[in-house]
Design a protein around this ligand. Structure first.
Ligand SMILES: Nc1ncnc2c1ncn2[C@@H]1O[C@H](COP(=O)(O)OP(=O)(O)OP(=O)(O)O)[C@@H](O)[C@H]1O
Ligand SMILES: [Mg+2]
Length: 231
């Protein structure tokens, strides 16, 4: 579904990604792991057209390298950046509404789906998003992106700074997406959630993929964990 090959990315003169290659199949949860600064967020930005890139990004058979972010989104790739950007002065419901793409008819998802996955958002439906807790804001950004009906969702460190109970809810949410056939590229630093719910695990180091296998294989591979993950 998504096929990346020989991907390079640059911030001005800094060359950050060095020939990244991996695939995400339909309905698969793929974890992209790595230490701080390894290039995980840059990989997401490269796919979304937010940094200068070279190489091949093919989505549903179509080359999308260098497309504008809104074009990539319209082709069905949703993106939840690290920054959790909600509209603080708008209510929860208005934020969700903004996630819908113009002229959308048959979205797989509606308000009720979001509220049943995260009842807390229903309770706060008419509250300004700016006063929500960090966990609630994370739920809201996930849901807002989903309202755009993506076939693949790229999520950058959704559990960072969240309480264990909310991490569990986010994990359940991602599994619910998978159950409806949506692919997930999950950028994480924590191994636990990634190993629990992913079909495949990628490890990134210094701007390249250094491991690509099952979560079980990563669990057993002490060398990769020590060399590229543990701090
Ligand atoms: N806007 C930018 N301009 C210049 N360099 C950047 C910029 N953003 C990131 N970098 C550099 O690119 C490298 C990869 O950063 P990236 O954000 O992709 O890492 P990451 O794996 O997401 O880690 P983390 O989120 O923990 O920082 C780092 O060396 C970082 O300093
Ligand atoms: Mg990052």
């Amino acid at each position: 579904m998504l096929e990346i090959d020989n991907l390079h990315a640059f911030y001005g003169k800094s060359h950050i990604l060095h020939g990244v290659a991996f695939k995400v199949a339909a309905g698969e949860i793929v974890a992209l792991l790595g230490r701080n600064g390894s290039g995980r967020s840059t990989t997401a930005k490269a796919i979304m057209g937010l940094v200068d890139t070279e190489g091949s990004i093919v989505w549903k058979g179509q080359r999308i390298t260098g497309r504008k972010p809104f074009e990539v989104a319209h082709l069905g790739i949703g993106y939840v950046p690290e920054s959790r950007d909600i509209f603080p002065k708008l209510t929860v419901q208005q934020n969700l509404l903004l996630g819908q793409k113009g002229g959308q008819k048959n979205s797989r998802w509606g308000f009720d789906d979001m509220y049943s996955m995260f009842p807390r958002l229903k309770e706060r439906e008419h509250t300004e998003a700016g006063v929500l807790s960090g966990g609630e804001q994370q739920m809201l950004t996930l849901c807002r992106t989903l309202m755009g009906d993506p076939d693949l969702i790229i999520i950058d460190e959704p559990t960072e700074g969240l309480a264990p109970k909310i991490v569990e809810q986010v994990a359940a949410f991602l599994q619910a997406l998978k159950a409806r056939g949506i692919s997930v590229l999950l950028i994480e630093q924590k191994l636990t959630i990634a190993l629990q719910i992913s079909d495949r695990a990628l490890v990134m180091g210094h701007g390249s993929i250094v491991f690509d296998d099952t979560p079980a294989a990563l669990q057993e591979n002490r060398y990769i964990r020590r060399e590229w993950l543990e701090v």
